[in-house]
Design a protein around this ligand. Structure first.
Ligand code: GUN
Length: 298
């Protein structure tokens, strides 16, 4: 069956959100003398993380925020990293702290996050933030999941009663996105690498969020006709063309086989240009929220 699939423009949605955040930063500065501040901490030289962190710094500055980036060597010890986090916790100019993941393998990310002030947890990754979300309380929530929900609400309106299948159970995406969908009254299934018959589970979904980090695992025949498909995957793969592959050329693909999926889905996010841009825009929004709360202004 062929449907007219709407390709969701995450870039445009993110730009609109960044404009709203920028306007609000301008107002907070003018009316309250408050400049929201974001600190990003990167350890090591993972190529993808370097790109993400640079973009977070540039976009927070462009929105008028105070922005600092700590680039620490891969040899940084646990104690050194925690000392940086502690100093940012104490810094009154900083309202949001993000420790870019993954950390090098010798570092314990759970222990680092345990030192982060939950009021500055603009990534929604502390146990307190995640627990508040899971308890149905207001919480600073991980940025990619918030971006997914914004795109879904804009596409579908009220999500009540829809069956949402979340493929993946990560702390960064799968678990929080499932909780957000539940808060929007969806019936939520979390599927993962050990689930039996993934295609059948996915075919039951009105909303399918793919966040497993497996290139193009979701095929066209995994998708219910007319479903909304949100592709969170960002996978770098060699070109299929053997000549380009031999030259070492790579491209980005999602967790969804895009060409097949667009013949079946009702809505679909592209990779790149779908969820990715929303993540940074939502980080700016969380930083704004944290700054308002810490300063006690509305
Ligand atoms: N690595 C990839 N995405 C993210 C994110 O949203 N937050 C953090 N801290 N690390 C990431």
């Amino acid at each position: 069956m062929t449907t007219d699939c709407i390709i969701i423009d995450g870039k445009a949605r993110a730009e609109a959100l960044r404009e709203r955040v920028t306007a609000e930063v301008t107002r907070l500065k003018a009316e309250h003398g408050l400049q929201p501040g974001l600190a990003v901490v990167l350890v090591g030289d993972d190529a993808a993380s370097q790109v993400y962190v640079t973009s977070k710094g540039e976009q927070s500055r462009a929105a008028g925020m105070h922005s600092v980036t700590h680039r620490l060597p891969a040899t940084t010890t646990q104690a050194e990293l925690i000392a940086v986090v502690d100093s940012l916790n104490r810094d009154p100019a900083i309202h949001g702290i993000l420790v870019q993941l993954p950390l090098p393998p010798h570092l314990d990310s759970a222990d680092v996050l345990a030192h982060l002030d939950p009021d500055k947890d603009v990534d929604g990754l502390t146990v307190l933030s995640a627990g508040r979300l899971a308890s149905g309380l207001d919480a600073l929530t991980a940025c990619t999941p918030v971006g997914c929900l914004m795109l879904l609400r804009e596409a579908l309106g009220d999500l009540s009663g829809l069956h949402a299948v979340v493929l993946g159970r990560s702390v960064l995406v799968g678990r929080p996105v499932a909780n957000l969908l539940l808060a929007d009254n969806c019936t939520v299934t979390i599927a993962h690498s050990r689930s039996r018959d993934l295609p059948a589970i996915c075919r039951g979904a009105d909303i399918l969020v793919a966040a497993v980090g497996r290139p193009e695992i979701v095929k066209g025949d995994w998708i219910k006709p007319g479903a909304a498909v949100i592709d969170v995957g960002i996978n770098r793969v060699p070109f299929r063309d053997p000549v380009l592959a031999a030259q070492g050329k790579t491209k980005l693909v999602g967790d969804v086989a895009f060409k097949e999926a667009r013949k079946v889905a009702g809505w679909l996010t592209p990779v790149p240009g779908g969820v990715g841009p929303m993540t940074v825009a939502c980080l700016l929004q969380n930083t704004l929220t944290a700054a308002r709360r810490i300063a006690g202004v509305t």
